[in-house]
Design a protein around this ligand. Sequence first.
Ligand code: SF4
Length: 83
Amino acid sequence: MCICINCKWVDRCKTYHDVEENHEVSHLTSSPDITAKNPFIHVSLVEESKGEFTIEWDVRSCSSYYEELGRWSKLRPGLEIPA
Ligand code: SF4
């Protein structure tokens, strides 16, 4: 799970913006203005069905992480959190 969903900067962060791009989900903002320090992104291949793969991009650690539990859900109440 991407730690960004519980980060105060999720709707302003350029790295999370890239993660959204890679997951092909809609952006929280069109103009991110925060550059994360030392984000570690874990990339994995996930088999959706036989022979069909998707790529998962998850930020696992980040020096700029500022915990705000449920930040993503507060911004998009009722929506499923992007995997
Ligand atoms: S944890 Fe880092 S990469 Fe993720 S939203 Fe926060 S600042 Fe950006």
